[in-house]
Design a protein around this ligand. Structure first.
Ligand code: FCB
Length: 488
């Protein structure tokens, strides 16, 4: 079983342990009970987007097997389950509510209640209704208002039965993977679109917060962000790593905590910035009850120019140069020269991702570096006035196989043990971490990687839908059982 120092908060039943999943990744049953299409159905059907053109049509068939899956969750002795609700099951294109969709989550939540398992529900884990994408998706500010209507329906219906409401899962992925780099649905690759999608997502989050609070007064309400801390490869790359953190970490957390986007990134990408309306930042920075932190790995960066980004800068330099040449006013010249200097400095401070050799990696290629989780938590704690933190995802992809009924996922249980120790350390250093959710309860549809990447602590045989506890799951089971019995 997993082991922590005797005095560790993790040994105390007040610290919540849970497992996590998401609707499109496990439910299947995409064509039943009047579920609408989502952007992931469309994306999967587009050749070349997803590994072997896998899709979520069947996935883990959780829609039909939810009862047995709740038994499974309960057998792990966890306190909580993080699930996501599929927007396309709840709201039809004409705006009416699909009762059959609500009924499914009602059955699921009832089963969890019977087992005394706290529910954390994410309202948006990337499955946007296709009918909204057809009108621009997250590039259309109207989508944020549609999200609020949907959040209102769900929270009115379930109220306090959902202990923790998460507005969005990883807006970085929705916005940047989906609209900036084009590697997730809806597959748009455009700088300005990435930043616009981000702004509308954050707006949707902020606008939904008061509604959630009103409808579920006893529940806690927050957001889940993903963090991949950037490390400089050497001393000369410190500024580069700082900029990368501004772009990928602070761009998302700072507006929520402080109502501001980081200035460095704003200036750097000035030509791609969305229109920010007067009250937007106040809405986005609506107080949250908790912050969900998803952590898997770190990223190494060095000085250099990252393809797409450097083009932007070069264009800026060109424009600045032209402006200098065109100007015959000396003072103006100086100002422009300063401007040019600033732009050049920014160019210097830009970054290039590098892959370290000879480091441990998981099946998906992500470096294993538990200390980065400790650094992340303590850094965030130092920089922001954080609300209570929950680690809402953490885990490893392993190329698992069932051998004589056993899945010995050594790398994964080592990963859990070492990352949990970092959570323990962070708490000791003053970070208010109150819970930890393993990603994932079971193997599932890993987005663009299809079913190739297995993140579960439970193995899924996709042919038979048989579930087998991996050793990493058994270790959770044993640890939580001992904790329950007060044996730690
Ligand atoms: C996160 C996602 C989750 C899963 C893990 C591996 O970015 O939130 O759905 O795919 O990565």
């Amino acid at each position: 079983m997993y082991k922590f120092p005797k005095d560790s908060k993790l040994n105390n039943p007040e610290f919540i342990f849970g497992v996590a999943t998401a609707s499109y990744q496990i439910e299947g049953a995409t064509g039943v009970d009047e579920r609408c299409e989502s952007i992931w159905d469309t994306f999967c059907a587009t050749p070349g987007m997803v590994y072997k053109q896998h899709n979520g049509d069947i996935a883990c068939n959780h829609y039909n097997l939810y009862e047995q899956d709740v038994e499974l969750i309960s057998s792990l002795n966890v306190d909580a389950y993080r699930l996501s609700i599929a927007w396309p099951r709840i709201i039809r294109e004409d705006g009416s509510v699909n009762q059959k969709g609500l009924d499914f989550y009602d059955r699921l939540i009832t089963a969890l209640e019977k087992k005394n398992i706290t529910v954390m529900a994410t309202l948006y884990h990337w499955d946007l209704p296709q009918y909204l994408e057809d009108k621009g998706g997250w590039l259309n500010r109207e989508t944020s208002f549609k999200f609020v209507e949907y959040a209102d329906v769900v929270s009115k219906y379930f109220g306090d039965r959902i202990g923790f409401y998460v507005t969005l899962n990883e807006p970085w992925c929705s916005a940047f993977h989906g609209y900036r780099y084009g590697i997730h649905a809806p597959g748009i690759a455009d700088e300005a679109s990435g930043f616009l999608a981000c702004h509308n997502l954050l707006l949707a989050h902020g606008m939904a917060m008061p509604i959630l609070r009103k409808n579920a007064k006893k529940s806690k309400h927050g957001i889940v962000l993903n963090f991949t801390p950037n490390y400089p490869v050497d001393e000369s790359s410190i500024e580069a790593a700082k900029f990368a953190d501004d772009e990928h970490t602070h761009w998302f957390i700072k507006p929520i905590m402080e109502g501001k986007y980081p200035e460095s990134v704003y200036q750097h990408f000035i030509d791609y910035m969305p229109t920010i309306e007067v009250n937007d930042m106040a809405i986005i920075s609506e107080k949250i009850d908790f912050l969900g932190v998803n952590f898997y790995s770190r990223s190494m960066v060095t000085n250099g120019r990252q393809g797409k980004v450097s083009d932007t800068i070069l264009k800026k330099l060109e424009r600045a140069e032209i402006r200098i040449l065109e100007s015959d006013d000396v003072l103006e010249d100086e100002t422009k020269a300063e401007q040019l200097q600033k732009l050049m400095n920014q160019k210097e401070s830009h970054y290039l991702s590098v892959d370290l050799q000879d480091v441990e990696r998981t099946h998906i290629g992500w470096e294993v570096h538990p200390e980065a989780l400790l650094k992340l938590l303590t850094d965030l704690h130092r920089i922001y006035k954080l609300p209570p933190v929950y680690i809402t995802e953490n885990g490893a992809a392993v190329d698992d196989h069932v051998v004589d009924g056993v899945v010995d996922d050594e790398q994964r249980y080592r990963y859990y043990q070492n990352h949990l120790l970092m959570v323990h350390e962070a708490i000791k250093m003053g970070v208010d971490v109150r819970g930890y959710f393993a990603w994932s309860l079971m193997d599932n549809f890993e987005w663009a990687e299809g079913y190739k990447m297995r993140f579960g602590i439970v193995y899924v045989d996709y042919e038979t839908q048989e579930r087998t506890l991996k050793k990493s799951a058994i270790k959770f089971q044993e640890f939580l059982n001992a904790r329950k019995k007060g044996l730690l």
